[in-house]
Design a binder for this molecule. Structure first.
Ligand SMILES: Nc1ncnc2c1ncn2[C@@H]1O[C@H](COP(=O)(O)OP(=O)(O)OP(=O)(O)O)[C@@H](O)[C@H]1O
Length: 258
């Protein structure tokens, strides 16, 4: 399995002078939650970890090789990304879209094999959208599109998942199912890094936490050290109440009256 690491990484957030250099090692089996207020740089970090955006300084390594020295295809054989925003510019069906997950493993003119189709169909069934296989993605609801994006990466079967808001647009049952899928991926020796706004999903499903502050500062470590009100209230500039439910902390914003 693969290790994604950063050495003195400062992400290039426009108009921000600097930030805490990140020295992270994302190990197989780990689920990382990246948390922070709007604009803190979560998406920018994810794009930098994927090699889609150059860092301000420092570097990202995939299995000790600098990401910049790898070809996109080599990266895509190991690392899968679920973006927050998607441009579905080509008319494609759900099944055709999921099959894109196999493209890093095919040569330029090679057609998908029956094994590739089987992987895509299994992934779509796992995301509960097998009945939509023939539908054009452009006709799907927001939650259905989100599940197609996740099924495409599941078809890719990467060792490292980078996921921007995995539960975007999903109803409660599918939120829970997708987080369980991420945990399952980690349990099978893969690693998952996901940006989250929902502290309660992070508290239940992530074991490592990275907090990004609007001024570029960062803290990271085990969930038990960082998902506490003393740390989270200043991060979000928001008072929180906390209770334990079903074995995990649940955070609720407390309205401050003027
Ligand atoms: N191309 C760009 N030009 C100017 N500013 C940009 C550009 N891309 C990102 N930014 C700014 O960089 C900052 C970090 O953006 P980013 O999308 O990484 O934040 P985020 O933590 O993911 O936010 P959110 O929680 O709202 O999704 C934001 O202030 C954003 O406006």
């Amino acid at each position: 399995m693969s290790i994604l690491s950063t050495q003195q990484l400062v992400v290039d957030v426009p108009n921000r002078p600097g930030g805490t250099p990140l020295n992270l090692a994302i190990q197989p089996g780990q689920v990382w939650g990246v948390l922070g207020p709007n604009g803190a740089g979560k998406t920018t970090l994810l794009h930098t970890l994927a090699g889609l955006r150059a860092p301000r300084s420092g570097s990202v390594h995939l299995n000790k090789t600098p990401l910049v020295s790898l070809r996109r295809r080599q990266i895509a054989q190991i690392l899968g990304i679920v973006f927050q925003e998607r441009m579905d510019s080509f008319p494609a069906t759900v099944l055709e879209t999921a099959l894109i997950g196999r493209h890093p493993f095919l040569s330029a003119w090679q057609r998908e094999s029956s094994a590739d189709y089987a992987l895509a169909e299994q992934a779509l069934a796992r995301l509960d959208i097998a009945s939509l296989n023939e539908r054009l993605v452009s006709t799907l609801s927001g939650g259905e599109r989100q599940r197609v994006a996740l099924a495409t990466v599941l078809t890719q079967a990467p060792a490292i998942w980078l996921v921007d808001e995995p539960t975007n647009h999903l109803d409660l049952r599918h939120q829970s199912a997708v987080m369980a899928l991420m945990a399952e991926q980690a349990a099978s020796g893969r690693s998952v890094v996901m940006c989250l706004h929902d502290l309660n999903l992070a508290a239940r499903w992530c074991d490592q936490i990275l907090l990004l502050y609007p001024n570029g500062e960062a803290r990271w470590g085990p969930r038990s050290e960082l998902l506490v009100t003393d740390v989270l209230e200043p991060l979000y500039n928001q008072r929180l109440a906390v209770a334990e439910i079903d074995g995990a902390p649940v955070f609720v914003p407390v309205h401050q009256r003027a």
